[in-house]
Design a protein around this ligand. Structure first.
Ligand code: NDP
Length: 419
């Protein structure tokens, strides 16, 4: 019996909401609130008569803390699921603290305006101190640890697939497969084809910022940063086949390095086709990925926002995307004094996802873990107070829920390693 406020009604949120509605005994009441209320109403109308969950909708600008506080005070949820954008993480966390409600999200904070001088000053210092230059990092949300702990509240950060399930895989490997883990390679493969020359599978602005940034990995206690897309490997993925993959910076590396301190190296690879990379390089070279406003015929335009308006809406890719995703982690380490390797991953089919929830697999593989993470908090299976990432909780009930609700794990004890 619980009331949940979901903020955001885009590709990922729509999947999470539909999955919550499949588990009405946990998600008794849902309020879907977003900037554009019509999208919430449209989804609520589609779900009418198909679920026991009682759905209401609301309009909210989550950049405005007071609006979120007012909404929380009027709806009185047990949990706020932030599935809007990383830009809203801090305002929604502030509102949850003010109202005494648990919080969760699917991506760590980054500012919308990267030219803000105050933010830049802190960012430049962090780049120097830590040695990676991505716009996002955990420091902003980790700064809330004490406040959440003192308030007796839980904030669950980054509960999608990667970040999210990948960290649960690491916690599972540590709990059941290894005494010590030496290396972790996180492999994110999308073998899907949507037929467009260029489109992103989730929010284009967030996605393109992520993949055009320098890559980095954790080795021997420090970050190693490399030019974007400069480390390439090939891997033969189960159910997908051979793909090119590139080393990227990714947020879970930061928390895993902290929470599994014995690990000597953590890398993250994502597959990209040549067409995607050619388009991205070209767009970057002409300045279309810039977040700095330009004046065009008397009007201020942010290039990457304009590009977002031109690209296909990720939510519209569902019916046209065929193929599978394969996301997981390869470990090396020791158990009972012996060297061993282990690979745990999930394979998800774009068309099967579309048939079930009218969405492609990228939103599905993020929305299902968001629902399962919310379920862990609402049923008290995960109840540590403070601000935490997924690997800090017991992975077993979470992975069991993922097995049951659409993202079953596969295992391989003799995987091919990435060199
Ligand atoms: P979309 O752009 O499809 O949806 C974002 C939603 O947030 C939209 O409904 C949008 O409203 C709403 N929104 C944006 N700004 C505000 C605001 N100020 N107030 C209220 N609502 C707002 O994004 P996705 O669904 O693709 O991604 C959602 C989140 O999931 C992102 O944080 C993304 O980084 C994360 N993600 C995580 C992954 C993981 O594996 N961990 C993988 C993929 C995504 P409107 O309709 O008005 O624009």
């Amino acid at each position: 019996m619980s009331r949940v406020l979901v903020i955001g009604c885009g590709g990922v949120a729509s999947v999470a909401i539909r999955k919550c509605c499949q588990v009405s005994d946990v998600f008794t009441e849902l309020c879907i609130a977003s900037r554009t209320k019509e999208k919430c109403d449209e989804l609520a109308a589609k779900l009418e008569g198909k679920t026991e969950t009682k759905i209401t909708t609301a309009q909210v600008d989550a950049d405005d803390v007071q609006q979120v506080i007012n909404l929380i005070n009027s709806y009185k949820p047990d949990l706020v699921m932030n599935i809007a954008l990383p830009y809203q993480d801090l305002t929604i966390m502030d509102a949850c603290l003010a109202c005494g409600v648990n919080y969760m999200d699917t991506a760590n904070y980054e500012p919308e305006d990267t030219d803000d001088p105050q933010w830049r000053e802190i960012y430049n210092k962090r780049c120097e101190e830590k040695g990676f230059s991505a716009y996002f990092d955990y420091s902003w949300q980790w700064a809330y640890r004490e406040k959440f702990e003192k308030a007796g509240l839980t904030a669950l950060l980054g509960c999608g697939f990667d970040p999210g399930v990948t960290q649960a895989y690491c916690a599972y490997a540590k709990k059941h497969e290894f005494d010590t883990i030496d290396t972790i390679d996180i492999l994110d493969c999308n073998g899907g084809d949507h037929g467009y020359p260029f489109a992103t599978n989730f929010n284009p602005e967030v996605n393109l910022r992520e993949v055009s940034a320098p890559g980095s990995y954790w080795e021997d206690g420090h970050w190693v940063e490399i030019p974007a897309m400069s480390i390439k490997r090939e891997y033969d993925f189960d159910c997908v086949g051979e793909k090119d993959m590139y080393l990227l910076h990714h947020e879970e590396i930061e928390s895993l390095a902290l929470n599994i301190p014995e690990v000597k190296r953590i890398r993250f690879f994502m597959t990209f086709g040549q067409s995607y990379l050619t388009h991205m390089n070209c767009l970057e070279n002409v300045g279309m990925l810039s977040t700095t406003p330009v004046n065009f015929e008397g009007q201020e335009i942010v290039p990457i926002k304009f590009l977002k308006a031109l690209l296909p809406d990720p939510a519209s890719l569902g019916p046209r995307t065929h193929g599978k995703t394969n996301i997981g982690c390869i470990f090396t380490g020791k158990k009972d004094g012996r060297e061993k390797t282990y690979y745990i991953y999930n394979v998800c089919d774009h068309q099967e996802c579309y048939r079930e929830v009218e969405s492609q697999a990228i939103s599905y593989t993020t929305g299902v873990p968001a629902m399962c993470g919310a379920m862990m908090l609402l049923t008290g299976k995960w109840n540590t107070k403070g601000v935490h990432t997924v690997e800090e909780f017991d992975p077993d009930p979470f992975l069991e829920a993922l097995d049951k609700y659409g993202l079953p794990r596969k295992e391989n004890h003799t995987p091919v390693l990435v060199d």
